[in-house]
Design a protein around this ligand. Structure first.
Ligand SMILES: NC(=O)c1ccc[n+]([C@@H]2O[C@H](COP(=O)([O-])OP(=O)(O)OC[C@H]3O[C@@H](n4cnc5c(N)ncnc54)[C@H](O)[C@@H]3O)[C@@H](O)[C@H]2O)c1
Length: 246
């Protein structure tokens, strides 16, 4: 049990990488907060966690809203008495070529993927600093490192997350709070399901391991960074991409 008695919040955890991460942390003994915009998704996931015998609560929160992020952290502390681990996972795409990208699509992606990370981190570090312990893991993307046609908004948000991660790592290092990013490659979830088969084939041809990743591949990396095994690792980007970018 790597995370016995730890309390972990995972944003966007009703499905996909967030859900797999929450489950991975729970299996190691963490009490988890399933947080998402999708209320139905939260209930469904929470039911599964309860059936499996894991300690979990659900909190509906839109990470792009500052007051929702505050409430998420407050409800966590009220229910479980602390917040040790924050996984900033909630994210969206609104893809199109730059010439066709609307201001609304730009703003929406930045609001969730970048401002959301700011909102939740700011709310959580207050408690983490007081308790002199914290693990913050931000889910970035290979696209924030390499760029990708049609994803100017998304790439900018994820590159922003990497920069933000390094600042938080520096500002809170003496408080025993580590902050790292995980940059997944292309992972089989609802987000990549939307891609046409032809695009998937082209992607796989660029991956040395010749397959897309699974949510569990990402969850295992998050678990490591959330655990005490990674106590001297901060400000880093862990690439989980089958060798697609190195
Ligand atoms: N799937 C991939 O290939 C891939 C690759 C690299 C990075 N990522 C990143 O991993 C994270 C999870 O992606 P996924 O593939 O599991 O996506 P997903 O679409 O399956 O899940 C995202 C979850 O976030 C929730 N969400 C969306 N907006 C929200 C908001 N404003 N507040 C709270 N929750 C919100 C959704 O309801 C959903 O449950 C994202 O940050 C994504 O950018 C995914």
């Amino acid at each position: 049990m790597l995370l016995k008695d730890k309390v972990a919040v995972v944003t966007g955890s009703a499905q996909g990488i967030g859900k797999a991460t929450a489950l991975r942390l729970a299996k190691e003994g963490a009490k988890v907060v399933i947080s998402d915009l999708n209320e139905e998704g939260i209930s469904r996931t929470l039911k599964e966690f309860e059936e499996w015998g894991y300690e979990a609560i659900g909190v509906k929160a839109d990470v792009s809203r500052h007051e929702d992020a505050q409430r998420l952290v407050e409800e966590t502390v009220r229910s479980f008495g602390a917040i040790h681990i924050l996984v900033n996972n909630a994210g969206i795409t609104r893809d199109s070529l730059l010439v066709r990208m609307s201001e609304a699509d730009w703003d929406a992606v930045i609001a969730v993927n970048l401002k959301g990370v700011f909102n939740c981190t700011k709310a959580a570090v207050r408690y983490m600093a007081k308790q002199r312990y914290g693990r913050i893991i931000n889910i970035a993307s290979i696209v924030g490192e390499m760029g990708n046609v049609g994803q100017a908004n998304y790439a900018a948000s994820k590159a922003g997350v990497i920069g933000f991660t390094k600042v938080v790592a520096r500002e809170f290092a003496t408080r025993n709070i580590t902050c790292n990013a995980v940059a997944p490659g292309f992972i089989v979830t609802a987000m990549t399901e939307k891609l046409p088969e032809k695009v998937k084939e082209t992607l796989i041809a660029q991956i040395p391991m010749e397959r897309l990743g699974t949510p569990e591949d990402v969850a295992n990396g998050v678990l490591f960074l959330a655990s005490d095994l990674a106590g001297y690792i901060t400000g880093q980007v862990l690439n989980i991409n089958g060798g697609m970018y190195m």
